[in-house]
Write a protein that binds this ligand. Structure first.
Ligand code: NI
Ligand code: MN
Length: 228
């Protein structure tokens, strides 16, 4: 069995596995490029990378509707609990947890993590998903480039999802360096073209990835999928 990975726009991704759907950073209703509304997405698990509004997004309403288990840093889970989300599992960097679909490990991210009301969201994170069926997926989420990406790639990655938007995260040049450090089989750009300040030419970036690395780049539109 394979997993279906869908870009829902900005930093929001859905990973559909035979053991359930993992929704990452569900910023949908206030997202100008979102491919789905919060009341229409499926979720058995919701992963929240950090506290910013464009990542916490619609987590509270989706979790309440679906009963999904929310995985986030401990501080974000406490905040979600106060907002009425009943099922959370707090993590911190380097830690992970095992679920029906596989393992999630929280990876470094060089960013910030204040929640929408000013509360401390703990450390920002990325996610390494080791699916039960075998594929390994790395979602860098919002981060700068860092050399330790080499460690994340060391056991092999079937897919890396990297921000290329610049301004708030890595831009195209550093995302190209990230591909060289991670050495994934395939790579997909994320966190760009949501608003004019983070507009990027993703096809030009993909051409550089193809020319300078052994990874296969794929450029999706919001709503499009790939399988791993
Ligand atoms: Ni952010
Ligand atoms: Mn962001």
């Amino acid at each position: 069995m394979s997993a279906k990975v869908t870009w829902l726009g900005h930093g929001c991704w859905s990973v559909e596995t035979p053991q359930g759907t993992v929704l990452i950073d569900p910023f949908l209703d206030d997202n100008p490029v979102a491919a789905a509304k919060a009341d229409a997405v499926a979720a058995d698990y919701i992963l929240v990378s950090h506290g910013h509004g464009d990542h916490v997004g619609d987590t509270v309403k989706i979790a309440r509707r679906t009963g999904a288990l929310v995985l986030a840093c401990y501080e974000i889970c406490e905040w979600l609990g106060r907002a009425g989300v009943e099922r959370t599992l707090g993590h911190n960097l380097g830690g992970g947890s095992q679920h029906a679909f596989g393992r999630v490990q929280f990876t470094l991210a060089h960013h910030s993590s204040v929640l929408p009301d000013g509360s401390n969201g703990g450390n920002p994170a990325g996610f390494l998903l080791s699916l039960r069926e075998g594929p390994r997926l790395y979602f860098a989420c919002d981060t700068a480039l860092f050399l330790d990406m080499q460690l994340i790639g060391r056991r092999g990655l079937d897919l890396a999802v990297l921000p290329i938007g610049d301004l708030f995260t890595m831009g195209p040049d550093d995302a190209l360096e990230a591909v060289k450090l991670l050495q994934p089989k395939r790579v997909v750009p994320s966190h760009y073209d949501t608003w004019p300040p983070i507009a990027q030419d993703a096809r030009a970036w993909a051409a550089r990835v193809r020319a300078e690395t052994s990874a296969e780049p794929l450029v999706l539109k919001p709503g499009e999928s790939l399988t791993v």
